[in-house]
Ligand binder design. Sequence first.
Ligand code: NDP
Ligand code: A1CAB
Length: 264
Amino acid sequence: MKIAILGVGNLGYSIALGILSQDQIEYESLYLSKRNIESLKSWDNIPKVRITTDNAKAVRNSEKIIIAVQPSQLNSILNEIKEDLNPKKHTIISVVTGRKIEQIAEIVGKDIPIIRSMPNTAISVGQSMTCLSANGSGKKNIECAKTIFNALGKTLFIEEELMQAATVICASGIAFWMRLIRATTQGAVQLGFDADEAQELSVQTCLGAASLLVKSGNHPEKEIDKVTTPSGCTIEGLNEMEHQGLSSSLIKGLVASFEKINQI
Ligand SMILES: NC(=O)C1=CN([C@@H]2O[C@H](COP(=O)(O)OP(=O)(O)OC[C@H]3O[C@@H](n4cnc5c(N)ncnc54)[C@H](OP(=O)(O)O)[C@@H]3O)[C@@H](O)[C@H]2O)C=CC1
Ligand SMILES: O=C(O)[C@@H]1CCC=N1
């Protein structure tokens, strides 16, 4: 596979890190493109990696074109590369929030295979949850996207209408879970642990909770039932959190985030 990432910012960089640190994606070359390449200088000596400011050159030398720029930057980059795109050679994989496949096709043409994807920054450590959708010709090429993203976490193919919701749950979700981990860490410090210990306790417990669900397939409430001793401290804490609106505030936050995407 010849891969290009156009727009190596927070997410593009995470995708590149993920690709470079695994051995399941057999890439012949990895072009990394941004306007200011100073931050990528240290990657210049990595075998098969090419750093450039020339998006068209990256496209000409690649097959799978991952576009990871801000939504407001998308149209100009598509206009810059459209003459170099060939439907028999290229597949566009956009990670751009809130931009539909048909909006991309309007600029590059309907024949170009287009896959819209929504990974998260945990892709850098091979633990992304990535949702995928595609146009007609994109669906024929979907295996290439699955090869990339399955090597870097899990994938789910979804209807494009659900992509905004997937963005909130999976991509923004990393920030939401970080804040929950930070809050439990702060609680642990208040209860007597030093900051490093507090974070270790919080992170490992979070990982343990997620692993229980992954391994068992159980509903969270079933695992909660195993922890909440009658009249015990867990149910006391849990009920106080709910009295203070824990679930309600999380759901309201997700809905606010979802409503914002429609304005981007
Ligand atoms: N961050 C996240 O967790 C997630 C982000 N997304 C989506 O991914 C996209 C990127 O987000 P994020 O990485 O956070 O944004 P960043 O602003 O960090 O990255 C965008 C990058 O694009 C580069 N860029 C801008 N214009 C061009 C151009 N014409 N040619 C080449 N490179 C260009 C910029 O670098 P320079 O200025 O040097 O060119 C910048 O590094 C967005 O659409 C976002 O909504 C989706 C899921 C998760
Ligand atoms: O906050 C944002 O708009 C982008 C999309 C999901 C993660 N970051």
